[in-house]
Ligand binder design. Sequence first.
Ligand code: G3P
Ligand code: CA
Length: 252
Amino acid sequence: MTTLAAWPYPRWVAHRGAGKLAPENTMSAFRLGATYGYRMFECDAKLSSDGVLFLMHDSDLRRTTNAQGTGSDRSMGELAQLDAGSWHSRSFAGENLPTLEALARWCIANHLHLNVEIKPTEGQEEATGRATGELMNRIWPEDVVPPLFTSFKPDALRGARAVAPHIPRGLLVDKFADGTGEAALNVALELGCVAMVLNHALWDKALVQRVHGAGLRCSSYTVNDEWEAARLLDIGTDAIITDRVDLFSPAA
Ligand code: G3P
Ligand code: CA
């Protein structure tokens, strides 16, 4: 019989810090999410031109900073000068664009869990995964629950596994190319993943049973409706990533 992967993480995960309540992937967002009682945080990490992991969702700087162009073309020194808060609202003007290391150290210091979505700029999949694994090898204490690495890019998870095989991995999937999820499950198994993290609409009870039967956990993004969260819990999924830190109590 296949054993279900260990899952030392909370059920509820705050997306990009605090969803839309603060500028995504900034320290203000993670701090705000924590004030709502959230104990685990999802973030998006990519590589700067000088090899530093920084937090940003899009490849282009335009939507979430006061600059434009590919973020990974800039050094961390340049990225650190940007305003990553004004796009959201005046009260966050001047907010810094953080490094992944800063967020990870904050999580460690505050006994919080971290889900690093490895979000490589195109062509940097394996290098970004390796750098993420190497960073955590350097700073994450051995006696603290490790971060969860996730990615839509199998090569990013391969890179992370090559340098940090002990750090759990989850495969993100937005759509099933084969319509069933079987091919994606096989990729997750080949990568030694502990979880499949799916677009929430893809889950049904049969798929949860299939994935659990294969020994993997079931997680969803990005769940912002009460009825959908209730459905996902009812069919037995293990974790939910949400923007609505103001709606869902993480103690539930
Ligand atoms: O990690 C879950 C979710 O964040 C993946 O989608 O586009 O919001 O990064 P996206
Ligand atoms: Ca993400």
